[in-house]
Design a protein. Structure first.
Ligand code: TEU
Length: 579
């Protein structure tokens, strides 16, 4: 008896040692690997009361629309009480709903309405920082002796200056002097977003209690905002010159990050059947993989920014090539069976995917939007859609700075111009990279304000192309982008070969065509995407002969592969399968 216990003890110690993993596990099936997430940015989705700001009741009014589309999980961007310095990514009260968005009752109704339709919901967990209007910060700021002082990161200045040269993503120093003691607090983002001090165990317990509060309401998990930033190097060393333009690589993966995530997992997440996806802004592929290795018990999934942000250098958009982009998808799918990738091309911090990766001209908007839909839903990984992409919404053409709302642009404006960049050049850059492109209101119909609000104004202008690009028009047209998404989502649902099948890029060096296979136990898929505005004769291996058409974005396409050359139209996307 004693011996048996000793053996069990020994075995469990071995299993819990980080490097001593059991070798038997392979890719485990999980609901969150199979399902498709749809991100809602509540401010811009649907306004129910005419104040020009989207709200929870507005979302609830469109649940049948989401069910009709066929998505499985909604990711709701922050809905918590906030003074909106950064549209809700600055939280004043984590257990209260933002007044503009409604009440807790509205939240409960939204959640119940989703559940009724079999749709899950994950919410945003923004705990690298809070709002400066959070009660914790008000207390913390009031005195060095206040019990909440250590909820935030305070340091004395150096020779009358900030404690070090850290810069904020939203302009200027990352330190701000405040309160009666003349100390500085740290804020990686806006001044109104002071960073929380995770070194303090009391703060960590507060975060876990917030998580439990929402999980006990029935939410199905979290998207974790800039999660690798929560642990900081307590020495706060100056940034070297090279890091000053991209400090995110120094602000992430601090010494205690993995310890904190393991604690969060054991104290909270492990007690629920939920999914977590971390926003990994500022991480290399190797470091990111540590977060999502299922044996380490930290988080399930990570957004790596490589794919969505290719070529982006702050507000500038540099050129990139298709082979470079393809290599990034490969890196993710090359991960071993203890990891699961994500596929995302856009969110509320990035330009519209059609404008960045497709072609938003009148000729090619529809085929390129459908091509990107096929890419998103046939790659290996949990797919994340962003609101409006299902109807092919495009970037807004900004012509003046006062048309922007974004704190990032407002905060950096002076600094960028002072560095010698002309306003025209900055504007041209922002027209490619700006975060507000994705935040213009959802276009529901050709009525005024695109049917987003009954009011005369919306918080950010509706894209003037709403008369042509809107939900109503897409629902009425069987060949619309919406209906293409719907078909693809139906093809993918429950399709283990397409979900778990191996990924192989069959032409990694091809400059126009993205071509890959997904090989499962029962079937093999061949995906051909011509990502150019030229006709391309694409050579494929003889082994694909007799593969049959599943779906394509041009309807006259041949039904079966007859030769080793596929003549592809500009932006043509074709999905074939073997069976
Ligand atoms: O985003 C962090 C992020 O990746 C970018 O927005 C980045 O800060 C910026 O583009 C740097 O140039 C998350 C949220 O998604 C974003 O909306 C918030 O503004 C930010 O964190 C702070 O909470």
């Amino acid at each position: 008896m004693k011996k048996r216990w000793l053996a069990v003890l020994l075995l469990s110690t071995m299993l819990s040692t980080e490097k001593n993993y059991a070798q038997t596990t392979s890719t485990q099936k999980k609901w969150w690997k199979e399902q498709v997430v749809y991100q809602i940015y509540p401010r811009s989705f649907k306004d129910s009361d005419g104040d020009g700001i989207g709200d929870l009741k507005g979302i609830t009014s469109q649940l049948d629309y989401l069910a009709q589309l066929g998505i499985d999980i909604v990711w709701l961007s922050p809905h918590f009480d906030s003074p909106n310095a950064d549209n809700g990514y600055d939280i004043r009260d984590y257990k209260k709903v933002m007044t503009e968005f409604g009440t807790m009752k509205d939240f409960d109704e939204l959640l119940a309405g989703l559940k009724k339709r079999g749709i899950k919901m994950i919410i945003d967990l923004v705990v690298n920082h809070s709002s400066d209007e959070h009660q914790w910060f008000q207390e913390s700021k009031s005195s060095k002796l206040n019990p909440y002082r250590d909820y935030y990161i305070w340091r004395p200045g150096k020779d009358g200056h900030a404690p070090n040269n850290y810069t904020s993503f939203f302009g200027g120093s990352a330190w701000e002097k405040a309160g009666p003691d003349g100390e500085y607090y740290l804020h990686y983002f806006a001044k109104k977003q002071p960073d929380l001090n995770w070194e303090n165990p009391k703060l960590r317990e507060e975060v876990y209690s917030i998580m439990k509060f929402w999980l006990d309401k029935g939410v199905d998990g979290f998207r974790m905002d800039v999660i690798p930033m929560i642990s900081k190097d307590q020495q706060f060393p100056d940034l070297d010159a090279a890091s000053l333009t991209h400090p995110e690589f120094k602000y992430t993966f601090g010494p205690r990050l993995h310890e904190y995530l393991k604690e969060m997992n054991s104290k909270v997440l492990s007690k629920y059947d939920v999914m977590t996806v971390g926003e990994v802004f500022g991480g290399t592929a190797d470091k990111t993989a540590l977060l999502t290795d299922e044996r380490r018990k930290e988080i399930d999934l990570a957004f790596s920014f490589d794919v969505a942000r290719i070529g982006r250098d702050n507000w500038k958009q540099n050129n990139w090539t298709l082979p470079e982009w393809k290599a990034m998808f490969k890196t993710q799918s090359d991960l071993d069976s203890y990891h699961w990738p994500t596929v995302f091309l856009a969110n509320h911090d990035n330009p519209r995917m059609i404008s960045k990766f497709g072609d938003d001209s009148p000729t090619f908007r529809i085929p390129s939007a459908k091509l990107l839909a096929m890419l998103l839903l046939t790659q290996k990984g949990t797919a994340f859609m962003y609101q409006g992409d299902e109807i092919g919404m495009t970037n807004y053409r900004f012509t003046a700075f006062d048309q922007f709302d974004d704190v990032e642009i407002k905060g950096n404006y002076k600094q960028v111009l002072a560095s010698g960049v002309s306003p025209e050049k900055y504007l041209a850059g922002l027209n490619k990279t700006g975060r507000d492109h994705a935040r213009t209101p959802m276009q529901w119909s050709s009525e005024k304000q695109g049917g987003f609000t009954s009011g005369d104004k919306s918080w950010l202008a509706v894209n003037p192309n709403y008369k042509e690009i809107n939900v109503k028009a897409d629902l009425e047209n069987p060949n619309s982008i919406f209906n293409f998404y719907k078909q693809l989502l139906a093809i993918r649902k429950g399709n283990d070969d397409l979900i778990y099948g191996d990924y192989k890029d069959i032409a990694p060096e091809h400059k126009e065509v993205f071509a890959y296979t997904r090989t499962g136990k029962n079937n093999e898929y061949l995906v051909l995407l011509n990502m150019s505005d030229k006709k391309v004769n694409f050579n494929i291996d003889g082994k694909f002969k007799n593969y049959k058409l599943v779906i394509a974005n041009k309807y006259e396409k041949m039904n079966t592969v007859h030769s080793t050359v596929v003549e592809m139209e500009p932006w043509e996307a074709i999905l074939y399968d073997r069976n």
